[in-house]
Write a protein that binds this ligand. Structure first.
Ligand code: NAP
Length: 494
């Protein structure tokens, strides 16, 4: 139970969106009775919330745990999907809805020698339930994405020594986590309807008021004032609540990127370490921006060191540690905070076959292609929740997920009313959507980074910008227009 919040129980794991909008919106009773402890709850609290939802709505009786789906085949004659699980059990279903997660297929890089390492190693996305004891240990952590940035300060407080192996320096903004006071909780509960409305109408699923100003239309003094004020507030607001062109205009972006570099230089006492931590090879926000609690401050500790594996790459893992081109690092524990085969990885782990035995792996060999991120031509009655081609990971996830769940439920209900048994995206609609998605992505700065959005983190993965970058309002408008025009671009058959 809990999916990503079950597996990602690494030290420091907490939500990067605030609790009161990183939650379900379908039940007023649920939102009134649940008490969030803080702005950014930790993983155990989110997992408790998800367990509570399952119990409260009596969902467990409909869930089969410990069941890995390995195959799903569409039968042209019967119009049913046959789903096969690891022990070989078979299920027939008319509709197949995948909710396998955008960031669930862990990426453990192939580094020579891992099998002979005598210490322990872990990937943050498959963290042991019983936890890991770092006390007295020399720990090596690889990866400085959102996960590595959350884990670093917490592991540093426990370990004898922590060495962070950094390939790409990352921008991070303080979370400024704090307990939710009873007054604030009361205010939130009184305003949930409005909060949810704003999350659905905003670009990225956050209830911030939209900003209309460009970073280039205000004076330098005013710009710094705005950055400083929102830096003090903390969180994703730095990307979405400062100026409206940070992700669209390189010059505008440069002002935000430089502001953050200035903060890193201010916080980190050793100038060499500070410089190494300053990202210079991509604009802020072109990779998923992390938010942190004391990340940069942690490099001021005596028991923490930073190793640049961009200039001196990892060569191998030895019996006793890790060797880069320049030096050897004795380690007791290695933590891989190396991310995921994002958006397509967990779908393609399943052998999915559509019409005429068409394999999804073959169809997506050059990168994912979908219609609205909801369906794939050649795969009737298969729906993909937050699939590639939908805003998914560019939007606060529960908001994106609920939109898809509602759209798919309405579609299946519509089919029942019409007596339709089969729905399939047409190849023309899919082509047009892929073209439109590429166009809107090109209007952003997302191509300026080597990110998992583009599949660059996985060797050999096609370089395609996978989420829909047109923003939530435009996306929702198009999904609704498709429905209003009788499921335009889909073929429905009785
Ligand atoms: P990630 O963003 O993909 O970061 C992986 C890190 O590992 C990067 O620093 C990457 O370096 C490095 N890396 C990967 N392969 C490597 C290799 N072979 N050698 C050396 N370094 C390597 O993964 P993540 O930090 O797990 O985050 C993934 C996503 O999960 C986030 O972007 C976010 O959407 C989500 N997330 C959310 C939360 C939250 O809301 N609480 C928390 C954590 C994660 P390069 O940059 O050079 O590739």
């Amino acid at each position: 139970m809990g999916g990503t919040w079950y597996w990602n129980r690494y030290p420091g794991a907490r939500c990067d969106s605030e609790s009161f909008y990183y939650c379900y919106s379908f039940s007023e009773e649920l939102e009134q009775e649940w008490e969030w402890s803080s702005k950014y709850p930790e993983q155990p609290e989110i997992l408790r919330y998800l367990e509570h939802v399952a119990d409260r709505f009596d969902l467990r009786r409909d869930i089969t745990f410990e069941t890995r789906v390995v195959e799903a085949r569409f039968d042209d004659e019967t119009g049913f999907w046959e789903v096969v699980t690891e022990p070989g059990e078979r299920f027939l279903t008319r509709f197949l809805v995948t909710a396998v997660g955008c960031l669930s297929a862990a990426n453990v890089p192939e580094i020579a020698g891992l099998e002979r390492f005598r210490g322990e190693w872990f990937h943050t996305g498959a963290w042991p339930k019983e936890g890991v004891d770092f006390k007295g240990k020399r720990v090596g952590l690889i990866g400085t994405g959102s996960t590595g940035i959350q884990a670093t300060p917490v592991i540093a407080r426990q370990a004898r020594h922590l060495t962070v192996f950094q390939r790409t320096a990352n921008y991070s903004v303080p979370a400024r986590n704090a307990p939710l006071t009873p007054e604030r909780a009361k205010e939130i509960k009184a305003n949930y309807a409005e909060i949810h409305r704003r999350t659905r109408e905003s670009q990225a699923g956050f209830p911030y008021f939209p900003v209309e100003r460009s970073a280039l239309e205000v004076s330098e003094e005013r710009r710094q004032e705005i950055y400083e004020q929102i830096w003090q507030e903390g969180g994703f607001k730095f990307l979405w609540g400062t100026f409206n062109d940070i992700l669209r205009d390189r010059e505008a972006n440069a002002t935000a990127s430089e502001f953050i570099r200035g903060k890193i230089r201010e916080i980190v006492k050793d100038p060499g370490t500070a410089e190494l931590l300053c990202p210079t090879d991509h604009p802020y926000g072109s990779k998923r921006p992390p938010i942190d609690t004391d990340y940069f401050e942690t490099y001021n500790r005596d028991n923490v060191s930073l190793v640049d594996i961009r200039s001196s790459p990892i060569v191998e893992i030895t019996e006793d540690g890790l060797r880069t081109e320049e030096a050897e690092y004795p380690l007791d524990t290695i933590v891989f905070a190396t991310g995921f085969d994002a958006m397509t990885g967990s779908l393609l782990k399943i052998d999915i076959r559509g019409e005429g035995g068409l394999s999804l792996r073959d169809k997506w060999a050059e990168g994912p292609r979908t219609y609205l991120g909801l369906q794939i031509a050649g795969f009737p009655n298969l729906f993909t929740i937050t699939g590639p081609g939908s805003p998914s990971v560019l939007v606060n996830m529960p908001v994106a997920i609920e939109h898809h769940v509602d759209w798919i439920s309405d579609c299946i209900e519509h089919m029942a009313e019409e007596g339709a048994l089969r729905i399939e995206a047409t190849p023309e609609a899919e082509d047009a959507w892929v073209e439109h998605s590429n166009e809107v992505a090109l209007e952003t700065l997302y191509y300026d980074a080597r990110s998992w959005y583009l599949g660059v983190n996985i060797p050999g993965k096609p370089r395609v910008f996978m989420p829909y970058a047109g923003g939530q309002p435009l996306y929702r408008e198009q999904c609704q227009a498709v429905v209003d025009e009788g499921y335009r671009g889909f073929e429905l058959r009785g």
